[in-house]
Ligand binder design. Sequence first.
Ligand SMILES: C[S@@+](CC[C@H](N)C(=O)[O-])C[C@H]1O[C@@H](n2cnc3c(N)ncnc32)[C@H](O)[C@@H]1O
Length: 249
Amino acid sequence: MNPVSFLSRVCGAWRRIRASERPARAAIAWAHAHAQAIWRDAVWAIGDLPDDMYLGVWTGGVEQGCSDGDLQFFGYRAVAYRTLRDIRLHLRVHAPDVRRFVDAGCGLGRPLYFFSREQFDQLLGYEVALSIFERSRRQLERAKFRHKRFAAISIEHGDATYLIDLTRDFVLLLYNPFGPVPMARLCGRLKDARVAIHIYYVNPVHADILESILRQPAERIDSFIPVNYYFIDGAAERHHLPDTLGSED
Ligand SMILES: C[S@@+](CC[C@H](N)C(=O)[O-])C[C@H]1O[C@@H](n2cnc3c(N)ncnc32)[C@H](O)[C@@H]1O
């Protein structure tokens, strides 16, 4: 939650409490209902500041998204660094040789900056919301100018479910970016890919759709935000395809 929406939430609650017949009781009821969420948001935002400062970028804040039925994209909020660190531990064991990292719905690019210190030679983010993409692109230009380690990062504007390039093995990060229809569309493409894909689905709200299309069981990674991990071995299937080309030789 950003400071403006936080303040407007508190002011709205204050007005309701003052208008109620028993303000003290209303105040206690409100605090009880919201304290945990507010505390969690504050810890999340403040706790992530040092990592943003270390990387020299600003990826915090919240932006409202929208849904136009088919695109069904939700708002922006960056994944917590604590969760990225848990994914990194897993990744170092399960995908140490993969060189491409893709964030479908990259927002301001926090995972791209974070994982640029790992083994990847290409880190690619797709962002569908034009206003967020523009901010993200401007920040990336400045960051690349300051630090060479960000040179491998690029951000594209558009719908990731159509645009993701499936010609090379990759690690795919999804932080609950979209609704069921885009998720089914993306999974339909991933299912037919002939490359190895390591999927980290953070806050896996539509895991059921992914699992039914890809027919993959989830490995649960316990973290600040829950993460499901899936591995699609399309590369192995590619090796088992009948070799029709050159068979006449
Ligand atoms: C919850 S934010 C996550 C941002 C970033 N991945 C992170 O973890 O910090 C999800 C982002 O996905 C974007 N998004 C939603 N649907 C998308 C789509 N189909 N293609 C590309 N971006 C999308 C939203 O605009 C939003 O910025």
